[in-house]
Design a protein around this ligand. Sequence first.
Ligand code: ADP
Ligand code: MG
Length: 798
Amino acid sequence: MGESPFRLRIAALLRPLEFAARDDFAQLERVRDLDRTVTLAAEQVCALAIPAEAKGIIARVAERFASPPIADPASRVRDALEVLRPIAQPSWAEAQLEASTASLPGLGAKRSELLARRGLRSVGDVLFHLPVRYDDRRSLQRIGDLTVGQRATFVARVLGSAFTARRGRYRGRVFEAMVGDETGTILLKWFRGGDSISRQVKKGAHLLVTGDVKRYRFDKEVAHPEISQLEDAAGGADALQKGLGIVADYSTPEGIHPRAFRRAVSAAVERFADLVPGYLSASGNALDLPEPADALRALHEPASDSDVAALISGEVPARARLVLEELFLLELGLALRRSGTTAEAGIAIPAGRRAAAVAERLPFALTQAQERACREIAVDVARPHPMNRLLEGDVGSGKTVVAFLAAVAVAEHQHQTALMAPTELLAEQHERTLQKLASDAGGQDGLRIARLTASLSSVQSKQVRAALKAGEVDLVIGTQALLQEGVDFRALALAIVDEQHRFGVRQRAALTQKAAGGLAPHTLVMTATPIPRSLALTLHGDLDLSVIDELPPGRSPTETLLFREGEGQRVADLIRATTARGEQAYVVYPLVAESEKLDLRSATESTERIRAAFPQLKIDLVHGQLDAAARHAAMARFAAGDTNLLVSTTVIEVGVDVSNATLMVVEHAERFGLAQLHQLRGRIGRGRKKSTCVLMARGVSEDSEARLRALLQTTDGFEIAEADLRIRGPGEFLGTRQHGRLPDLRIADLVRDVRHVVTAREAALETLRRDPNLRSNPSLARAVRARWGDRLSLASVG
Ligand code: ADP
Ligand code: MG
């Protein structure tokens, strides 16, 4: 595993030499055909795509073995081993691939710097910079047949050329050439670099031209075509031959001509491709796929009988191999990080009786999914290593209860739990929910719960902190401020984090300091943002996953309607009907940071309009600029049923749980993300009554229409997440919420290549089962570290 064609071949060259050298050359006489074996093996190494330096060294060895030894046969072998061994080391090939791009033809220091800014620093980076598309230049076209909008290759003679005296930006700088063949003429144009082009494009010259045919006024033209001279008698046919075929097209930074880059890539392939190792074994997962070196050749320089459509769509075995290799290293990195944290010392919380007893006294039975999650957590915390678990479940699936029961189990062992929410409002909501659960489950086993947020008076906050330190609080709820200095626990053992918040290295350290005995606490991350499982496994590859994929019984699915501009009357009818039944409604406005004032104004105006239209209804407006007390009061009135209608900006997004609310109107639904809308919608449909969600779309583009339709079709958060992912792509889907958690892959695409993700993950886990720290595979360990070491803080691999 992990061998490149070069390493395999050079090993074959070393083998007879090493054998001959054994026991102080005792075997030397007995090696048959040593000279022939060595020269043959050397020839085979030299035939590979490897640096000239290596070829030189090997060729000199071959030379000495081509004729019988002049003097001492042993010294000939000794010399050969001495020069060959260093380049046979894996580190030699690794260093070659790390060489600067400046050594490649067509680049040089300045361009190399431009590439480095795009992340292409080494020769290896260039090798793995795959084409973005392919030009099919296998057949020549005739100028008379060219059509606008097509990319074409044709041979033409220059009929005339000039710098045009244009006005404006390009004044006097545009170089134009009229070219033609026996079927017609076409104009070629250069807005930049005309000076050097004009030296090639002289009247009478024969050119091979490739470019996009565009319309210009009444004529056709090609701007910035790629050209090559066919004129010079000897090279003419050759240049034509070379120019025809399937040609790779790369995205290159400004200042690097595509042809220059292609030349550099081609040199990189020719000199370095066979140094590239493949870590997946051919007998296993990469079965029937080409070796990476061959895959690189097939993608950068496709054979002229390749399937262009397949190349363009990426459905070729060559790409699959490179994707698998890349994902394999990623999955190894993730798995190693996970095993790193699970090896740390933690606080064992053995299974007790209290959690089960408390669960018995809840007013409802746990769903099977909740029970499973509880069991998984119980098993984890019973180990003397920190738990790292993600609890993923749709809005309303009952994650809070699971967290509550975990805290109960911890409390039974006289340890403490901290629950961190992203906002104060959410912390308050959690406190209410958890207090209620605690009193429902009541009795002596009740949890002692406290909240520590900025809205407490300094006296209150002092009291809570003192109680925490004295161990008089079992569960404290707050924001990330809980991690601050001055908040001390007597015996913290479990940190629960709501919503996507992940601990960075610093926060982990802060948590560990607060935990009992300086041991890392167990952590449970709860998220209501469903991520397709395959993706979750990779994004959170360092976490174990519990999924609550079942809603508590007795919920009737929310009906979702899409209204457009001008359907205000239907909304008014729905509000009237809902409130007439004694049920309540939300009207939600987007709050976009840049235009906060504006949004607030529209929310305020709309509140006034609704008040005017329904004078009998009690209406409150809640927004982020209200102070906590006013917000709290308004929420409390709504939760108690004192108000009929709550107009709000998204600050209520996750903070409210009122089962009598059965209507939600989302204004400017097109401005929300799918996942956010799904979250909002989850605020209704929480009781047995039928609920309705109205998405008010104003000025909808095709794109947002497609997104909103996804919400009409399903209420399953996972399906919605898939749709969101498809529509927005993984970068944006994750980017906004995951704080750059998406690993920057060079070739693979986590969504598109999801089936490869699964394969690579299995291969990685299997590899680590056999060799937990990759100790017996140092070059693989180095590769993982080189690629992911920094990102995943893998200090101790290999
Ligand atoms: P989440 O945090 O996952 O969105 P919650 O924990 O807030 O969901 O639960 C949503 C609602 O469902 C709460 O009112 C909770 O009391 C209730 N609930 C939770 N589990 C169950 C269950 N097994 N049966 C019935 N109701 C439940
Ligand atoms: Mg919740």
